[in-house]
Design a protein around this ligand. Sequence first.
Ligand code: F6R
Length: 242
Amino acid sequence: MRVIVSENYQELSKKAAEIMVEQIENKPTSVLGLATGSTPIGMYKELISMQQAGNVDFSQITTFNLDEYVGLTADHDQSYSYFMWDNLFSHVNIKKEQTNIPSGIFTDAKAECSRYEKAMEEAGGVDIQILGIGHNGHIGFNEPAQAFTLSTHVVELASETIEANARFFSDISEVPKQAVTMGIGGIMKARHVLLLVNDKSKAEAVRHLFTGIVDPQVPVSILQLHPNLTVLVDRATAELLP
Ligand code: F6R
């Protein structure tokens, strides 16, 4: 595991973007695993500036997002599909048909999850996976559980996740109760995992990366076993880590 400490969010976002650009330079056909939420927004802004300055080319890139709310259509302004178009895809030269986000609208959950797994496999797997982390240690929407679920699946969101995400909705009752998420197996298969943490209230969850104990009740703990993990963390959070 490589831990990189940044002084602030801007520096962290810049470093994350530079790592992504280096990946794309080394392999222009890279498969990027992407996340939503507040944390990666700064990195997406940096990537947009770099692309507009001609310093990175997304034309051969394929993307797979971690998750999507069940029941929200792609044009709903709180769907993760909307988020990705708003915060990245619309502003860079990526091909729409090469962007992949699980659908939150389906009649057959299993079929949608298998379709997503198959698409990731056919694309050759994820080269670099961006992750944020929930206060409860969730990665993607793999919530604390008795056991890890390895492949893409539908999950009941934890009450703390619903509370945390209520800030984006006009009322907590509007936050979907379920999501489709890439599983722990999909995340662990990524050739490089880049975890971004910019919130010292998450330090308690992040400490589980250093315990030697892998516990599905704190999903992030499995990343200790990833052979190529980079953790980008701000100084305030880093000071609370072992
Ligand atoms: C988002 C995702 C989530 C978030 C996590 C942190 O696609 O999979 O795991 O990364 O909930 O969210 P923020 O960054 O908003 O604190």
